[in-house]
Design a binder for this molecule. Structure first.
Ligand code: NAD
Length: 370
């Protein structure tokens, strides 16, 4: 019996609250019907926090995020707050969470549900059954390295500088996340860099190999250059199980892999931090999409990206793989039954609202658990 898992829910702005409302219904279902029970708290982040509390994330909410087993977030931002100075913008709330929770590993699955295989821009047989995961290093590399800046040389020429830099512990810890994930999946990791032209890539390759040889001999490890990986993702994406890569290459490759699945409204993500002495990792789960101001408040948004983020939370923070499977099977069944929100509707399918999709998922969960 697992019990009283502490979750902090931060719905945020725009469609965040309306998609989260449907996910709350599913969380309540698990609370009542399965062995797990939750100790839920809800807080404000982003524009909603600015309006009510004057800042995009209060110290109290930050402290709660540090204390819980996992945080589930909707999305932040919107036109209402666009004119605010950079340090007071809604996004600062999210950046503060990522920074203070030290979320160094970003997990982006690319999972193609059979019923949506047609939505991909690739041929259906290339993506049908696709189930891969990109682990992107999130707190190091060229986006943070110094020196950085734009300088003017004595002859008036301007020079822009960024520095790609990684230390061995930074590489080792994200490699461990990838190997641990692979153990829950098909036991294959492909490590991606540009060791042919970058010293940081050589170090990346050596460190990942060393972690593998020391502790993960049961995992099949391969290495690939990032340009080849981009090509392979659109040529033969099903060859991959887990890809681990740095911040810059991960940024590009995870967006490319995401689009293999066809729809923003279906894409979950997780960001993991270091494990504490008891083995508990700080973790934040959120959909890849933003606040979709164009459809906010219209009961049109697809709640499945946030729901699938909750499934990731069950699997990776609470070790409840069977419960996560249940959600993924319910999503599969609902889509196979032809129900779609507007973003993924196809000819012949039945269009449902955000709450209609919530009803359908709960109905499937009842059937699957019966
Ligand atoms: P967006 O993801 O909000 O929307 C892009 C398009 O996809 C829109 O047409 C939208 O209607 C559609 N869409 C997105 N999610 C959907 C869903 N669940 N169901 C149906 N359709 C969906 O990106 P954007 O328009 O570039 O940004 C809007 C706001 O969101 C901005 O303020 C931006 O800063 C913010 N944003 C926040 C996050 C985050 O919180 N992590 C991420 C991206 C953008």
């Amino acid at each position: 019996m697992t019990s009283n898992k502490k979750l902090l829910i931060l719905p945020g702005d725009g469609i965040g609250p309306e998609v989260m409302r449907q996910v709350r219904r599913v969380i309540d279902w698990f609370d009542q019907r399965r062995a797990v029970s939750f100790d839920l708290s809800e807080g404000l982040v982003g524009g909603a926090a600015i309006d009510a509390q004057g800042v995009p994330l209060t110290d109290e909410t930050m402290a709660q995020a540090m204390a819980v087993d996992a945080v589930l977030l909707g999305a932040v931002g919107g036109p209402k707050w666009d004119a605010l100075p950079f340090e007071r913008k809604p996004e600062r709330g999210l950046l503060r969470l990522r920074k203070e929770m030290d979320l160094f590993a970003n997990l982006r699955p690319a999972l193609v549900f059979d019923a949506l295989a047609d939505a991909s821009s690739l041929k259906t047989d290339l993506v049908r059954g696709l189930d891969m995961m990109i682990v992107r290093e999130l707190t190091g590399g060229v986006y943070f390295g110094s020196p950085r800046g734009i300088e003017t040389l004595p002859d008036g020429t301007r020079r822009g500088i960024n520095t790609q830099v990684y230390t061995s512990p930074e590489i080792q810890r994200v490699a461990r996340v990838a190997f641990d994930l692979a153990r829950l999946r098909r036991k294959q990791v492909c490590s991606v860099e540009k060791a042919n032209v970058m010293e940081s890539g050589i170090l990346w390759r050596e460190e990942v190999q060393a972690v593998h040889d020391a502790d993960y001999a049961d995992i099949q490890l391969s290495h690939m250059y990032a340009d080849n990986c981009a090509m392979q993702l659109v040529r033969q994406p099903k060859q991959f199980d887990v890809i681990v890569t740095d911040n810059l290459f991960g940024d590009l490759l995870s967006d490319c892999a995401a689009m293999l699945t066809g729809s923003l409204g279906m894409l979950p993500s997780a960001s993991l931090g270091a494990a504490d002495a008891s083995g508990r990792r700080r973790a934040l789960y959120e959909p890849v999409h933003g606040t979709a101001p164009d459809i906010a408040g219209k009961d049109m948004a697809n709640p499945l990206a946030t729901l699938l983020s909750f499934a990731m939370l069950l699997r990776y923070s609470l070790n409840l793989g069977d419960d996560a499977d249940l959600i993924e099977r319910a999503v599969q069944k609902v889509l196979a039954g032809g129900l779609r929100t507007a973003d993924i509707v196809t000819p012949g399918a039945t269009k449902v609202s955000t709450s209609g999709m919530g009803d359908a998922i709960l109905g499937e969960l009842d059937k699957l658990a019966a």
